[in-house]
Design a protein. Structure first.
Length: 340
């Protein structure tokens, strides 16, 4: 029997034409549609100092989302731990867990962009150490009544942990990555795993995750009630015909491309230009654009080749209008979900 596939939504809430208030509202309405369709989760990126992230505080957005949805779970993808004070992180996650009746999950990262990290006055060379300490403190603070910790970057003595999470010992943790080191780290710790990149890379990372996880079964059992989720994230746009889909998606993607590269270019850094170019992403199928039949076939092939049990689609990006994103999601729900 094939493994059950769950569906999720990934989002940047990147800059779009119109007001920021309208951007937030249109996104919440799109998530409500995914909620009604039975999607497992909604995952919001955290970015700073860039139009790629017009919701730089995921917690604030989730607090609103918790009141406007019923069952969909949500997580940052990911909280940039070197930019958080550990106590504040613990308290905010606990609050969100109760506000959502136990629907919050926790994506974690040390951050990819050194330019964003510097916005907070953090040395990019120290992020690995700070990430490790913050995660250690987070897990301690979630399980202990009083927090005591001494590390290189943080020290806490006899701090009462008055607020506890609803989900015990703490909400599920995700680790997104497109590297072998990231897949290994996620598997060793029993974290859910999300990857991006072409199918070949996704398959390689998922196989590695499974190999490592088989040597650490106790971590997976401790972290998750069921099997860890192995997810692949894809930007997509679906229309009635491939010609229509390409005509709408290409200029919308160019708008998004300007947002994702703007802070890098401001710092004369072109390291990721080719990685996110339209032509290479379309050819590598990290973005799926076309008719229902074409996109359905691409997703079916991705699931079969990569062994994922979780498909995450990004339905709203760049200059796509709320109506275009909604129609694309409606086609995905009605024509693709039942056949994957």
């Amino acid at each position: 029997m094939a493994e059950k596939i769950d569906f999720g939504m990934f989002d940047w809430i990147d800059r779009a034409p119109g007001s920021t208030a309208d951007l937030y509202e249109s996104r919440i309405q799109l998530i409500q549609l995914a909620d009604e369709a039975g999607f497992y989760g909604y995952h919001l990126a955290e970015h700073h100092g860039t139009p790629l992230g017009m919701a730089p505080s995921p917690s604030l957005f989730f607090a609103s989302l918790a009141q406007r949805t019923k069952q969909i779970r949500f997580s940052p993808m990911a909280f940039l731990l070197p930019m958080y004070h550990p106590i504040r992180l613990i308290e905010e996650v606990c609050m969100l867990d109760h506000l959502s009746n136990g629907r919050v999950e926790l994506g974690i990262s040390r951050g990819v962009s050194p330019h964003e990290i510097k916005c907070f006055g953090v040395d990019p060379d120290e992020t690995r150490e700070i990430f490790t300490e913050t995660l250690e403190i987070f897990r301690l603070g979630m399980s202990e009544d009083v927090l005591n910790y001494r590390g290189k970057h943080f020290e806490f003595n006899d701090v009462p942990m008055a607020v506890k999470p609803l989900q015990l010992p703490h909400p599920p943790i995700w680790y997104p990555s497109f590297s072998e080191a990231g897949a290994t780290y996620a598997a060793e710790n029993g974290f859910h795993f999300m990857s991006l990149g072409p199918p070949g890379l996704t398959s390689q990372l998922n196989n590695l995750y499974r190999e490592v996880a088989a040597r650490h079964p106790e971590e997976a059992q401790m972290m998750n009630a069921g099997a860890p989720k192995l997810g692949a994230n894809r930007q997509l746009f679906i229309a009635e015909t491939e010609t229509e889909a390409l005509a709408i998606a290409k200029p919308a993607y160019e708008y998004w491309y300007k947002s994702i590269t703007e802070l890098w270019h401001r710092n004369s850094d072109h390291a990721y230009d080719d990685f996110f170019r339209w032509e290479s992403c379309l050819a590598g199928e990290s973005i799926l654009v076309g008719s229902v039949d074409k996109v359905r076939e691409q997703i079916q092939q991705l699931v079969a080749e990569c062994g994922i049990n979780y498909f995450i689609g990004s339905f709203a990006w760049g200059s796509l209008t709320p109506e275009q994103s909604r129609r694309s999601l409606e086609l995905f729900i009605s024509e693709i979900v039942p056949n994957v």
